[in-house]
Design a protein around this ligand. Structure first.
Ligand code: P6P
Length: 285
């Protein structure tokens, strides 16, 4: 795909997601109930999950220059022409709907057919449905934060880098389910940083982007590959964090270096300040 065509496809996907964000936010009203369906990861879906996925599928597959659409909420890839491959988590953290807590949308744009590696990612973004709807975009080796109002994006922060001095941490999974080596590392971090864990990856990741620190949903005794999905969460967020001067890891290597074997595979996710990730990898035997 020519660079100019790829750039215009990335522009169009980002504009489409920015336009969809207020629609998704408004569409959460009245869609907080669970449906009796499961996503490919075996998680019960909220009505909003299904609805947000359909909205994004319709909008993104209509873009000239998009060849594939895939979602955490659906088993199969939608073939829609020639061009980039777009992987989305339409509503990350939808279990936060009932308690009315923050959620997000995650987008990864790959230049190879899915499932694709981190080195095939050309851009990534997340929308955070917090008190304000914001969109954080990593492309062209820089990270930019926008505020979204009525579908219009306005830049609020450019060339974002993680603060040097980490402040917050957030670790998923239940403590008794953490492997001993991760628990020992967590105990060290608990003595050094402040707990910020809200149950929606994007909200917790945005704490790390804002204040510096570490977010992890680690390998668990009961789930050695953790909970989060490589294609839809691990790679896009790892790309954003590494573009912002941080680091990502599955415990051994950058999330961008993890070889995907199937679309919905899970991966242990650790992201944050480089020094904290280096300590983590050293601690995991
Ligand atoms: P737990 C939301 O369901 C999600 O996929 C991520 O957004 C979040 O980090 C994690 O799962 C929360 O999982 O086990 O704490 O409910």
């Amino acid at each position: 795909m020519h660079t100019a065509d790829r750039r215009s496809a990335v522009d169009a996907v980002m504009d489409t997601v920015a336009t969809a964000a207020p629609q998704i936010r408004q569409g959460l009203v009245g869609r907080r109930t669970k449906v009796d369906e499961e996503n490919p990861s075996g998680e019960t879906q909220a009505a909003a999950d299904v609805w947000a996925d359909k909205l994004l599928e319709n909008a993104i597959t209509a873009i000239d220059g998009v060849g594939q659409y895939a979602s955490e909420e659906r088993e199969d890839i939608v073939e829609c022409g020639e061009g980039v491959s777009v992987a989305v988590d339409p509503l990350d953290g939808s279990s936060n709907l009932r308690p009315n807590a923050a959620m997000g949308t995650i987008v990864g744009i790959y230049e190879q057919p899915l499932p694709a590696k981190g080195e095939d990612l050309v851009a990534a973004a997340y929308v955070l449905y917090g008190p304000i709807t914001t969109m954080t975009v990593a492309r062209d080796d820089t990270v930019t934060e926008y505020e979204i109002s009525d579908g219009e994006r306005s830049v609020v922060r450019e060339d974002i880098v993680l603060p040097d001095d980490p402040v917050v941490y957030g670790f998923g999974g239940r403590v008794p389910d953490w492997p001993g080596d991760f628990e020992a590392y967590a105990r060290e971090i608990e003595d050094e940083l402040k707990l910020r864990y809200g149950g929606a990856m994007i909200s917790d990741v945005n704490q790390v982007v804002t204040y510096g620190g570490i977010f992890a949903y680690p390998a668990l005794e009961s789930a050695p590959n953790g909970k989060l999905r490589l294609q839809f969460e691990g790679i896009p967020i790892g790309y954003i964090i590494e573009t912002a001067g941080g680091a990502s890891s599955d415990g051994d290597r950058s999330l961008l270096a993890v070889e995907p074997t199937e679309l919905h595979q899970r991966v242990p996710v650790h992201i944050g300040n480089e020094a904290l990730i280096e300590r983590l990898e050293a601690a995991l035997t």
